[in-house]
Write a protein that binds this ligand. Structure first.
Ligand code: FES
Ligand SMILES: [Fe+2]
Length: 457
């Protein structure tokens, strides 16, 4: 099945706040996403601290392409496809490490860390020297760039420069991690698969409506570890007495901290589909384990007056989520229409005291990742929401994102477009709307124009 522009427009209605559920299971849509989004967009590959020394490499995923990101002898960073130029075998099976060369296990072609083909067994005997090695290196990723230590790549040589692609919204999203100090990734990337469509997982990161129900048990005392820091934090104890667990009545009260719904929220909408959504930093629903970095005058200047207010979850379109409670990056990597691989990168400041670092890592593991209480709660919902869209009758019902629809006045200030409101679904809706624009296969210029926020949602 192919989709023309009108059919794609019919899949997402910005006016009604409705999304066609077929986009979660249709294999033709998934294929088109691979081509029109994942083969074009800048995608997060890794952090520079993961490949500090010459020969250090990290294996990343771009769409369905496996990519080796490698630190070169001159300190630069190259990314190349992990597929042998001979007959396609992967030239590296390790997820990360240090290499002097990459040797293909099929016929033994060997490549330098710069991707150049160095050795071909039988080059003289079998090929009679009639093979131009300079033409058969590992294929380079079209563009690679570094924004404040975050390495991105794109398969599209015509894609705008990374900083322009990120725009003010995407840069602010990454700054919420980069500006916390001299950041490095804790060794060990957590990876696991959830049986859901990738867009349902992305949709959820802007969702501050669900925690009060989905995570009600996780926020009960002693589910998450009790420490002094937690006890001093505003959200550690949720009083569920007086709450009707059938109807949810009673949860919507001040004092519920992060799980409340009556707190000031700010949603930032950016070009190409980037967005940030969640509480303002002055809201009682706002929560970071270590917010001290925000007090630094240089940080305040770098964030700007609007950036200082923004405390929610950024998503760099399509799949890079930067969390706020403790600095982490999560990737939602589409494997097929109903399987998404989640990767978690946990960041710490190199100068952080040991106890604080340990605390951050412990919390990262207990909140998100395969052992994280929140992610286990979430994953069940995402899998069920995806599974139900398989039914012919069930998929005729729309995926609803119409909370506050028509009331989201967009304020443009400091290069950012934002909506201030209570809990809303503007961030999700903006993501789906932008997704539809990408799916039309527009030129880069048209795409930027189509995803520039207007005056109201
Ligand atoms: S496939 Fe790699 S050497 Fe033949
Ligand atoms: Fe959640």
């Amino acid at each position: 099945m192919s989709f023309d522009t009108r059919q794609i427009d019919d899949l997402v209605s910005l006016e009604r706040g409705e999304v066609d559920r077929r986009i979660y299971t249709d294999p033709a849509i998934f294929e088109l996403e691979m081509e029109r989004i994942f083969a074009r967009s800048w995608l997060f590959l890794c952090h520079e601290s993961q490949i500090a020394e010459p020969g250090d490499f990290f294996q990343a995923v771009m769409g369905r392409d496996n990519v080796l990101v490698v630190r070169q002898k001159d300190g630069s960073i190259k990314a190349m496809l992990n597929t042998c130029a001979h007959r396609g075998n992967a030239v590296c099976r390790a997820e990360e490490g240090n290499a002097k060369s990459f040797l293909c296990t099929y016929h033994g072609w060997s490549y330098g860390i710069d991707g150049r083909l160095n050795g071909v067994p039988g080059h003289n005997t079998f090929y009679k020297g009639n093979l131009d090695k300079s033409r058969h290196g590992l294929a380079p990723v079209a563009q690679v760039a570094n924004y404040r230590g975050f390495i991105f790549g794109t398969h599209d040589a015509a894609a705008p420069p990374l900083e322009e692609f990120l725009g003010a919204t995407g840069r602010l999203g990454l700054d919420t991690i980069a500006l916390r100090g001299d950041m490095e990734v804790v060794p060990g990337i957590q990876k696991f698969v959830i049986e859901c469509n990738w867009k349902i997982a992305v949709d959820n990161l802007f969702d501050w409506y669900h925690p009060q129900i989905t995570h009600a048990s996780a926020f009960q005392p002693s589910v998450l570890p009790s420490t002094n820091r937690l006890e001093n934090a505003p959200v550690e104890k949720i009083d569920l007495s007086g709450v009707n667990m059938q109807s949810g009545a009673g949860l919507d009260l001040p004092g519920n901290g992060i799980i409340g719904t009556k707190f000031d929220q700010v949603v930032v909408l950016g070009e190409y589909g980037h967005a940030i959504g969640g509480p303002t930093t002055s809201s009682t629903g706002y929560f970071e384990f270590d917010p001290s970095w925000r007090e630094n005058p240089r940080t305040k200047t770098a964030l700007g007056p609007v950036g200082c207010k923004v405390g929610g979850h950024p998503n760099i379109f399509p799949t890079t989520w930067a969390t706020v409670t403790q600095p982490q990056i999560s990737l939602r990597i589409p494997r097929d229409p109903t399987h998404t691989e989640i990767w978690w990168f946990t960041f710490v400041d190199r100068n952080m005291p040991r106890e604080m670092r340990d605390f951050m890592v412990t919390m990262a593991c207990r909140i998100f990742g395969p052992a994280g209480v929140l992610e286990q709660d979430d994953g069940e919902n995402w899998a069920q929401a995806t599974a139900q869209t398989r039914g012919i009758a069930s998929r005729r019902i729309k995926h609803l994102l119409n909370m506050g629809i028509g009331r989201g006045k967009i304020i443009k200030e400091g290069g950012l477009a934002r909506i201030e409101s209570l809990t809303s679904e503007y961030g999700q809706l903006w993501t789906y709307y932008s997704w539809a624009q990408w799916m039309k296969g527009l030129s880069w210029e048209e795409l930027k124009q189509a995803t520039t926020p207007g005056d109201c949602i």
